[in-house]
Design a protein around this ligand. Structure first.
Ligand code: TXA
Ligand code: MG
Length: 322
């Protein structure tokens, strides 16, 4: 199959209506979209990504009103939706019957998101159906933040990539679920936990650690680079890997004695939003440099720093012996 990159919403709509896959830009990462009401189309997502069928998909809708066509919204979830949607935020809700088990991998809950990206907003408003869309990368690799990233991973497997430029947030949505009036965070992401707590007036509950297939964002090798990656105190780690070709991912500072081409500073001004935006492309760049190992700083564990640490830690899981 010939994969075309373009910015024509009509073209994207044409393929989605035909039951084909289209990569779409969102403000978090690019998604690999299919008509969520068409099981055959949705199965193509699992095949193109080589994604296990037990790992459910987020559905994307244009506005809050359309959520209740597909899921049941309680009061607290509605409050959260009003505060954070559209945006880098996903709500896990009890599904209505018309949402297929193929989308939810058999779960009675469906994850729903309203992307803010203008192109995809315009596209979703044209469609008569929601789109199911995981990140548009082969399963187990770093999520794509540009159309070129998508092309590298899925070239030949999908007909169209809707190019909306580099994504502005740069890492995936925050996934939450209301359980017994508590707000449970399943995946830290583009909306800060602190912002959620400010809205609900109490602490959230974290459920990030499970390895069960039905727990969001928790498959082991989810963000793996092929180069081994270690997170920690870089100064200390450097002494352990003397003689190796080392790459460094740092927040704002540079390190003496490491060639500058092997160092990636995510934000010279120490701005977490800028760092988040650059993280995944830097992880990809690292993989092109034939390094023995990448050492990454631990980021401040607040705001987007939590999500950055989460993604770096998960990439670390994939580490081979160094
Ligand atoms: O920012 C994002 O959320 C991006 C863009 C494209 O919207 N999407 C994304 O999708 O990151 P994906 O599939 O790469 O990650 C979604 C996570 C997965 O870990 C999946 O297991 C979980 O959400 N998930 C989806 N539906 C679920 C459900 N019904 N129950 C539990 N977990 C669910
Ligand atoms: Mg993903």
């Amino acid at each position: 199959m010939n994969t075309v990159i373009g910015n024509d919403i009509k073209e994207a709509q044409y393929f989605l209506e035909k039951g084909e896959l289209v990569a779409i830009p969102t403000e978090t990462v690019y998604g690999l979209a299919a008509n969520a009401m068409n099981d055959e189309a949705v199965i193509k997502i699992y095949n193109a990504k080589n994604r296990p069928q037990f790992n459910p998909l987020i559905i994307h809708v244009p506005n809050i009103e359309s959520i209740s066509k597909y899921a049941y919204l309680d009061n607290l979830s509605t409050t959260l939706a009003n505060a954070f949607m559209p945006g880098p935020f996903t709500l896990l809700l009890p599904k209505k019957q018309l949402i297929s088990d193929v989308v939810t991998a058999g779960s009675t809950k469906v994850a729903v998101r309203i992307p803010k990206h203008a192109l995809t907003q315009a596209l979703l408003q044209q469609l008569a159906f929601p789109v199911a869309a995981p990140s548009a990368n082969p399963s187990g690799y770093v999520s794509p933040t540009t159309a070129e990233h998508v092309y590298k991973g899925l070239n030949g497997k999908i007909p169209y990539i809707l190019d909306g430029g580099a994504t502005s947030v740069g890492l995936e949505s925050t996934i939450v679920e209301v359980q017994n009036q508590e707000v449970v965070v399943h995946r830290v992401g583009g909306v800060n936990v602190e912002a959620i707590e400010a809205i609900i007036g109490k602490p959230v509950v974290f459920q990030l650690t499970h390895q069960q297939p039905n727990t969001p964002g928790q498959l082991k090798s989810h963000y793996a680079t092929t180069t081994p990656l270690l997170v920690g105190n870089v100064e200390q780690l450097l002494t352990k890997f003397e003689g190796k070709k080392i790459g460094i991912i740092s927040f704002s500072k540079s390190y003496a004695n490491i060639p500058s081409a092997q160092q990636f500073i995510l934000s010279p001004n120490a701005d977490l939003a800028e760092a988040a935006k650059n993280l995944f492309s830097v992880m990809r760049l690292m993989d092109e440099k034939n390094l023995d190992i990448v050492l990454a700083e631990k980021f401040p564990n607040e705001g987007l720093g939590r999500a950055i640490n989460d993604r770096l830690n998960r990439a670390q899981h994939f580490m081979k012996e160094v």
